[in-house]
Design a protein around this ligand. Structure first.
Ligand SMILES: NC(=O)c1ccc[n+]([C@@H]2O[C@H](COP(=O)([O-])OP(=O)(O)OC[C@H]3O[C@@H](n4cnc5c(N)ncnc54)[C@H](O)[C@@H]3O)[C@@H](O)[C@H]2O)c1
Ligand SMILES: [Zn+2]
Length: 368
């Protein structure tokens, strides 16, 4: 097992990564489960795969889990499900010192974390992430949110968990496509600031995706450590350090918007292609060698992720994609900060990007 400290001032916590942590969860949660009953929020898929393991772990230690099983999917991050979950937690008579368990992917983590942030002005919660994306990204760092008709993640709070238990066994039941989508966020840490880790992904990514347990532990622990460093340096995204985590996300967000935030393109798939586009756009601007950008594209394609725009068969032009970017919540007084690369592992925040030029670049990529 790997243990990664997240050194947030005043609220430090640990991320533990290893195989079998859900079955051993009560031991890891020692001192935190104060009452016999324990509220657990999950979705129906995760409950089907892991409900019994968690149920037995809690019952063996004399606890009684109270389940709230939500519908799977992004639609669950809604006002309606938030309100219903908050009402349910209040009906459970949750106190501020209690811990709510969030068992699932980023959808369950984001919704439960936000509910925990506002019930009684904030109670504790523990993240039990069951997707690769949630293990390496969304369960760490304290961003919680729901979606509204105006856009994704527009309403939320910073609320850190007290503990994160990333059970690598959970990845064994995860659909292959979801696993690959999560891998995009793993590669992201290499591209941001860690060329050695990108090289590690080149060598080991395929075997890691295929199921090698030791490689999975290394990939998840290394990714969590990268995220923990960035979050500890800039918890609330005020200095620009945390913004580095958005590499590939501006292009990716436009692609998600164009495909209606649907199953046609998963978030990680959009980020994968978004990182390729960020690399190619950086090469077009002469910032990064073209060969490095194509190296990124090759790696993404080898991982079974989309690596060029024509593969998405979109019915739009570059201008339409740029129009989606204008609704990005990172828009700042009329300009959109863009993450570009000087090379693999050398991402920086550029404030001088001309969106007309980005549109022309996207037109060229669409016609490729
Ligand atoms: N808070 C953050 O910092 C942050 C960062 C990145 C993404 N996010 C959010 O995360 C969400 C995406 O998270 P996700 O990719 O984990 O999606 P998800 O939670 O929708 O899970 C993906 C699918 O896998 C199923 N599933 C989950 N674990 C499983 C398992 N072990 N076995 C079988 N099926 C399983 C789910 O039911 C779902 O159908 C988005 O809403 C995004 O905005 C948040
Ligand atoms: Zn992401």
């Amino acid at each position: 097992m790997a243990v990664i400290p997240v050194d947030i001032a005043g609220r430090p916590y640990e991320v533990r990564v290893g195989g079998g942590l859900l079955a051993e969860m009560v031991e890891h949660c020692r001192g935190r489960l104060r009452k016999r009953t324990v509220p657990v929020v999950t979705d129906a898929n995760v409950h089907a795969a892991w409900g019994e393991v968690v149920e037995m772990a809690l019952r063996d230690a004399g606890h009684e889990p109270h389940w709230r099983i939500l519908p799977p999917g992004e639609g669950t991050k809604s006002w309606d499900q938030l309100a219903a979950t908050v009402d349910w937690l209040l009906a459970q008579e949750v106190e501020r010192g209690d811990h709510i368990l969030a068992l699932g992917g980023g959808v369950i983590g984001d919704l439960t974390g936000f509910a925990a942030a506002i019930v009684k002005r904030g109670c504790h919660f523990i993240q039990l992430p069951t997707t690769l994306l949630a293990q390496v990204d969304s369960s760490v760092g304290g961003k919680t949110a729901i979606n509204t008709p105006a856009g994704k993640n527009l309403v939320g709070a910073f609320h850190q968990p007290s503990l994160v238990l990333a059970d690598l066994a959970a990845l064994d039941t995860l659909p292959e496509r979801e696993l690959r989508a999560g891998y995009a966020e793993v590669v992201k840490y290499g591209l941001i600031a860690d060329a050695d880790f990108f090289a590690w992904c080149d060598t080991n990514g395929a075997a890691m995706l295929a199921g090698d347990a030791a490689l999975r532990e290394y990939a998840v622990a290394h990714s969590v450590a990268a995220k923990a460093r960035i979050v500890a340096a800039d918890e609330r995204e005020t200095t620009g350090t945390r913004a580095l985590l958005n590499l590939g996300h501006t292009f990716g967000h436009a692609l998600e918007a164009e495909t209606g935030f649907s199953d046609a393109l998963l978030h990680g798939e959009a980020v994968a292609l978004g990182m390729v586009l960020a690399a190619r756009y950086s090469a077009r601007r002469g910032l990064m060698p073209r060969a490095s950008a194509e190296h990124v594209a090759h790696h993404i394609a080898q991982a079974g992720l989309p690596a060029d725009l024509p593969s998405l068969k979109l019915d739009c032009d570059g201008r339409a994609l740029v129009a989606h970017m204008l609704h990005d919540k990172k828009m700042d007084a009329g300009t959109l900060p863009f993450l570009l690369m000087k090379g693999i592992g050398e991402t920086f925040l550029a404030k001088d990007v001309d969106l007309g030029d980005v549109g022309a670049f996207l037109d060229a990529e669409l016609g490729a």
